[in-house]
Design a protein around this ligand. Structure first.
Ligand code: AMP
Ligand code: TRP
Length: 332
């Protein structure tokens, strides 16, 4: 894939991304920027659906952008921006809300899950319209591909439906994008419960490796990771989910194949293996944390990068918005 337009977004809902986000999604963003015209945004408006202290949201938005740069998103190659700095997202979202069925939006599984979890009291209207704002995020940039995890497939499908409906009813304004969900990408599991996906909403953080964890914390988390009976370092997701998860992590970061890693540890115990995985992870994450901290210590520079990303994003987005407004009959 090359010379395509790519767009993706991530919510600034936590203080640090985790290893699952990095290996499952963000590493791909870095690769895609090499031969494509990539737009990546920190979706702070989406984060408003979860009640957060204003100062904390501000901090998390900046630290999310800083981490994206630290993992290798290069603002000279990709357009990196913050969603709320491009007003066209909200403007187009309203248009889309008016051509999306209530029933259609009610069928979104993420909405159903989140509203069920939070209960009626904590379910705001924003949570309901969230996927429609996401459709605007995407369609404003006319992307060919939207690299996301499996859980976002339905939102990209809705985006395609909205685009097709708009094009058919009014004028052919939108390109129809495709979700890019790479099956072979690492699915990283929790170190304490290796049958469950590593997730920011885990009950305990002891099985979740955060990109900004200290080396000590990372080492401790790996040393206390849950492994399986037996002592052979062998990939077998059914019988040895813990060891298999560690092998996946090692291989993704060391660049060695799973078989090579298995061979390196034949005849050695789980203890040695856990330490070695921790070392590989620490040497990958240390420079990321260091670079994130540097970027956070000069916020004016970081803000400048994001402002210039927003200028580029605004140019593309406002053109699409203009075409959509005009097609639907709003006068300019
Ligand atoms: P989320 O944390 O759900 O906002 O996810 C951000 C991105 O990271 C999405 O594209 C997810 O598919 C991906 N992701 C989240 N958790 C994992 C995991 N444990 N393994 C692989 N990818 C993940
Ligand atoms: N809903 C996505 C998630 O939770 C985040 C998101 C918002 C997004 N807008 C987007 C992803 C546009 C891709 C494209 O992961």
């Amino acid at each position: 894939m090359s010379n395509k337009r790519v767009l993706s977004g991530i919510q600034p809902t936590h203080d640090s991304f985790h290893l699952g986000n990095y290996l499952g999604a963000l590493k791909q963003w870095v690769e895609l920027q090499e031969n494509n015209d990539a737009f990546y945004c920190v979706v702070d408006l989406h984060a408003l659906t979860v009640e957060t202290d204003p100062k904390l949201l501000q901090q998390r938005t900046l630290v999310s952008a800083a981490q994206l740069i630290a993992i290798g998103i290069n603002p000279d190659k990709s357009t990196l921006f913050v969603q709320s700095q491009v007003p066209a997202h909200n403007q187009l979202a309203w248009v889309f809300e008016c051509i999306t069925g209530f029933g259609e939006a009610s069928r979104m599984t993420q909405f159903k899950d989140k509203s069920k979890k939070g209960g009626a009291e904590r379910t705001n209207v924003g949570l309901f319209t969230y996927p429609i704002l996401q459709a605007a995020d995407i369609l404003l940039y006319q992307p060919d591909f939207v690299p996301v995890g499996e859980d976002q497939r339905q939102h990209v499908e809705l985006t395609r439906d909205i685009a097709e409906r708009f094009n058919k009813k009014f004028d052919k304004v939108f390109n129809i994008p495709q979700a890019q969900i790479i099956k072979s990408l690492a699915k990283i599991n929790d170190l304490q419960d290796p049958t469950a996906k590593m997730s920011k909403s885990a009950a305990s953080m002891s099985g979740v490796i955060e990109l900004l964890d200290s080396a000590d914390t990372t080492m401790k988390k790996f040393k206390s990771s849950v492994t399986d009976d037996g002592k052979e370092v062998r990939f077998d997701e059914k019988e040895k989910p813990g060891i298999s998860n560690l092998l996946t992590i090692h291989s993704a970061l060391s660049g060695k194949s799973i078989t090579e890693v298995e061979n390196d540890f034949s005849g050695k115990g789980y203890g040695d293996f856990k330490t070695a995985v921790a070392e590989v992870v620490i040497s990958a994450l240390e420079p990321i944390a260091k670079r994130t901290n540097e970027l956070m210590s000069d916020r004016s520079e970081l803000t400048k990068i994001l402002k210039s990303g927003a200028i580029k994003a605004n140019q593309v987005a406002s053109e699409t918005l203009k075409a959509a407004y005009s097609a639907i009959g709003l006068i300019s």
